[in-house]
Design a binder for this molecule. Structure first.
Ligand code: SF4
Length: 400
């Protein structure tokens, strides 16, 4: 059984209330669709980066008076954290345990790339305290993986999953992408079937997005798309792909608990649930974004360049690229948009009351959604149906 976390009363979801995100930015190569804070590195400055994370942790705990606070989820994301030496991961987790009150059963996730994984390494992460692996499989199909620039193949991904099991991980998630250039509906279905055949506790499936932000980030695939050198499947095909994934996962007993996330009962991600339910999180590392409530709620984002991040921390400065106070309206909008992504729904009247927003003026929209079959009342919460999920953004915008 997966670790437990408190119940969020507004969504009915078990979610961490305070978590820690640690970013590891290094990868073996840069995938052409990637707009994460990641960098290809032949030699990874493991010790230097670990020292910077520990220094940033010290500084933030002191500045935000977080020492001793209870933590119910830790997520080590990237980049490719499975390239991080297990001894370094152990050091970081030990530092978190010594400075914060890490709850019993705290969910501790590490993202792994199938091409940078083996059972011995996984066993070391397990011994260090990691109890959940999230694997960036993306696809088992050679052509899709080639388009995405991924170095692994389908067989390697399956072997990485088995290696995780041999290392003692009983909570493994796998990520998939659909809506890729040249990908067919049959290939998407085949990926979904192969994923459930492995028996993963948790699966995520996201449509490939290459928007203006990707262009600004110099994402090669976004540039190719803008030049007309590649084209993504039309929207209705992408919707059909999403539906086939949903149906295959559902038939295998995985509940769609969030628009893009599916889990066996009891295995939803407590850390992601924290993001979807307005929880607080301390973020460390390159490009990491944190959300804390000191005297007022604020969000900060660290430098996206690994080298710049290291230099700032080593000079004793905050490695932040931005920091902004969050207004009540922003928090309200986030809570509504995120809550509507959840199958359990969101108590809209309670969210309105919490942030001083008028519920009565939204009641007519709610009635329309219910009568159109786009939403249902589930235990007093407004929850989108599968049809509503297909147009989530438009519905959220109307309610905000
Ligand atoms: S492995 Fe992940 S983080 Fe690294 S470049 Fe590829 S998509 Fe980006």
């Amino acid at each position: 059984m997966a670790p437990r976390a408190p119940l969020d009363p507004l969504t009915g979801l078990e979610a961490a209330r305070f978590g820690v995100y640690v970013h590891f930015p290094y990868c073996l190569s840069k995938c052409p669709y990637c707009d994460f804070a990641s960098t290809a590195a032949r030699t990874i400055p493991d010790e230097r980066y670990t020292a910077a994370i520990l220094a940033e942790l010290e500084g933030r705990l002191e500045a935000q008076q977080l020492t001793g606070r209870e933590v119910t989820s830790i997520f080590i994301g990237g980049g490719t954290p499975s390239l991080w030496a297990p001894a370094s991961v152990a050091k970081v987790l030990e530092a978190l345990r010594s400075k914060l009150r890490v709850a019993e059963g705290c969910e501790v996730t590490l993202e792994a790339n199938p091409g940078a994984s083996d059972a011995g390494r996984f066993a070391d992460y397990r011994a260090a305290g990691v109890n959940r692996l999230s694997m960036g499989v993306q696809s088992f199909e050679a052509s899709t993986l080639a388009t995405l620039g991924r170095a692994h193949d389908g067989a390697t991904a399956a072997r990485a999953f088995e290696a995780a099991r041999r290392a003692g991980f009983d909570n493994v998630s796998m990520d998939f992408i659909y809506g890729v250039h040249g990908q067919t509906l049959a290939q998407v279905e085949s990926d979904a079937r192969r994923a459930v055949a492995l028996g993963s506790e948790h699966l995520s499936a996201y449509a490939l997005t290459l928007d203006k932000a990707s262009l600004a980030e110099e994402v090669p695939l976004a540039r190719q798309l803008a030049r007309g050198e590649v084209s993504l499947p039309p929207d209705d095909t992408v919707v059909r792909m999403q539906r086939v994934v949903r149906d295959v996962f559902a038939a295998a007993g995985l509940q769609r608990y969030e628009i893009s996330n599916y889990a066996k009962p009891g295995f939803h991600s407590r850390h992601n649930a924290l993001y979807w339910t307005g929880g607080e999180y301390l973020a460390l590392g390159t490009g990491a974004t944190g959300h804390l409530r000191a005297t007022a709620p604020f969000r900060y984002s660290n430098q996206r360049s690994a080298e710049k991040y290291l230099l700032e921390v080593e000079a004793g400065r905050w490695p932040e690229a931005s920091r902004e106070e969050l207004s009540g309206l922003e928090l309200f909008e986030e809570r509504v948009a995120m809550g509507l992504r959840l199958a359990s729904g969101v108590d809209l009247a309670a969210v309105c009351a919490l942030f001083g927003q008028d519920f009565a003026s939204r009641a007519l929209t709610v009635r329309h959604l219910l009568s159109a079959g786009m939403a249902e009342q589930r235990e007093g919460r407004l929850a989108l149906t599968d049809a509503g999920f297909d147009v989530h953004s438009a519905i959220a915008a109307r309610l905000m």
